[in-house]
Design a protein around this ligand. Structure first.
Ligand code: HSE
Length: 433
């Protein structure tokens, strides 16, 4: 049998601890499948007591995680610390010492992924990050290997379990975003500072990686237009349902004539399409490509077991000698990302105006939309509260986003409009009915 693959683990939190446990749990299975053992030969973490809880108290301890890179008994450094500064130093040290790297660090890779991939390829080592996007779904492998002969035209995904959980709970209970978020924090489903998740930034990190894999462009986080779910109300969720949609936070990357469009925002998803049925903390991704057509992937995006499963799959690739470019094509050949402006996107929209209930309001809105060249497909107005605020809800025909935004900002100035209009994009899915 071949010599074991020796792994130095940096970080023993949920992901690092889970990886240690899975390597022990699946030891025989992995030996049979891989033809060699994968052993943890050194660990580093902030809290040394964690090693005892995980059964790796006898494994050599390294105070500074970057020192894992210089050890003779380490072939692979698994950077599972998260965050940016220390993690970057650990990864760069590992690459410069000729060690393979496995990481789950989407925020770091979304900012420095191209440079790190280039450095790894120049040094002839792997930079693997299956755990960085949608943990339990092997989407990186799918894009890098399974779909490698395809031209991908679009990637659409629910990439953040916290947001999907909150939206699912809001629909089930009719409660507000803030109520459900507070409960999710108590239950441990949402972080104490939820901005990264609910503001759409975590989804943007993951989308930037998927875009590079799908379209062969440098990782371009700054090119992702990002909106979160904070302004979604139970009222919008109810109206969405009446029109045949469910609201989801989506990350969407598309190849357009002008370049690559990357956007993260709440979207109306038709009820009869696969992403509409993805509930709770689950993630899902739909890819559209020229030969395979539509492919749908669903699974758990976070948590100890799914993420550890992804980390160990990367370790297995390395143990088997599989060395693939991090972003499908060699990093030096990734193209500079040409950004396709979101304002040029054409599609239908959901609009909600909170208006003063008095004669003539509807004509103010429809005139404003008509002036911007926006055509209305359907409309609902319910409730009667003379002199008070009531919702007017509309769906538009295909409209250019920039034109609609300009029209809405003029309409918002009217006295009868009580709060900034709510605009939610309606997402189309190729290959669906
Ligand atoms: N916080 C993320 C989520 C998981 O809620 O999906 C880690 O990216």
């Amino acid at each position: 049998m071949k010599a074991p693959l020796r792994v130095g683990i940096a970080g023993l939190g949920v992901v690092g601890g889970g990886t240690v446990k899975l390597l022990a749990h699946a030891r025989d299975l992995l030996r049979q499948r891989v033809g060699r053992e994968i052993v943890v030969t050194a660990v580093s973490a902030r809290d040394r007591a964690k090693a005892r809880g995980l059964g790796c108290e006898d494994v050599p301890w390294v105070e500074d995680a970057a020192d894992l890179a210089t050890r003779n008994d380490v072939d692979v450094v698994a950077e599972l610390i998260g965050g940016e500064d220390v993690a970057r130093r650990v990864i760069e040290a590992a690459i410069s010492q000729g060690k393979h790297v496995v990481t789950a660090n989407k925020s770091l890779l979304s900012k420095h992924g191209t440079a790190l991939a280039r450095a790894a390829e120049e040094r002839g080592v792997a930079l693997a990050f299956e755990a960085a996007v949608a943990g339990g779904i092997p989407i990186i492998k799918a894009l890098r290997e399974g779909l490698v002969a395809n031209r991908v035209t679009r990637v659409q995904g629910i990439l953040n379990g916290t947001c999907n959980y909150i939206l699912t709970q809001m629909e089930a209970s009719g409660r507000s975003f803030h109520d459900v978020l507070a409960e999710a924090q108590v239950l441990g489903y949402a972080e104490a500072d939820p901005t990264l998740d609910v503001g759409g930034f975590d989804t943007a990190h993951k989308l930037a990686l998927l875009t590079s894999l799908a379209f062969g462009t440098e990782v371009d986080l700054e090119g992702v237009t990002t909106e979160g779910i904070e302004r979604i109300t139970p009222l919008d969720i109810v109206f969405a349902r009446e029109f045949g949609y469910r609201i989801k936070l989506l990350g969407v990357a598309s190849a357009t004539a002008r370049g690559v469009e990357q956007r993260v925002h709440p979207a109306m998803v038709p009820l009869d399409t696969p992403l509409a049925d993805v509930s709770g903390v689950f993630n899902a991704i739909v890819t559209q490509s020229d030969y395979a057509g539509k492919s749908v992937f669903e699974g758990r995006g976070a948590g100890e077991k799914p993420t550890a499963s992804a980390v160990v799959s990367d370790l297995v690739d390395i143990a088997r000698g599989l060395r693939l470019p991090a972003f499908v094509r060699p990093a030096a050949e990734l193209e500079e990302a040409r950004r396709s402006p979101t304002d040029d996107r054409v599609g239908p929209f959901y609009l909600r105006f909170q208006v003063l209930d008095k004669p003539g309001v509807l004509s103010i809105i429809s005139r404003g939309l008509a002036r911007g060249g926006i055509s209305i497909e359907s409309m609902i107005q319910r409730g009667r509260a003379p002199g008070e605020s009531v919702p007017i809800v509309m769906l538009t025909h295909e409209s250019r986003e920039g034109d609609l935004k300009a029209a809405l900002s003029l309409i918002a100035e009217e006295e009868v409009i009580m709060e900034p209009p709510c605009m939610i994009r309606i997402e189309r899915f190729q290959g669906d009915k």
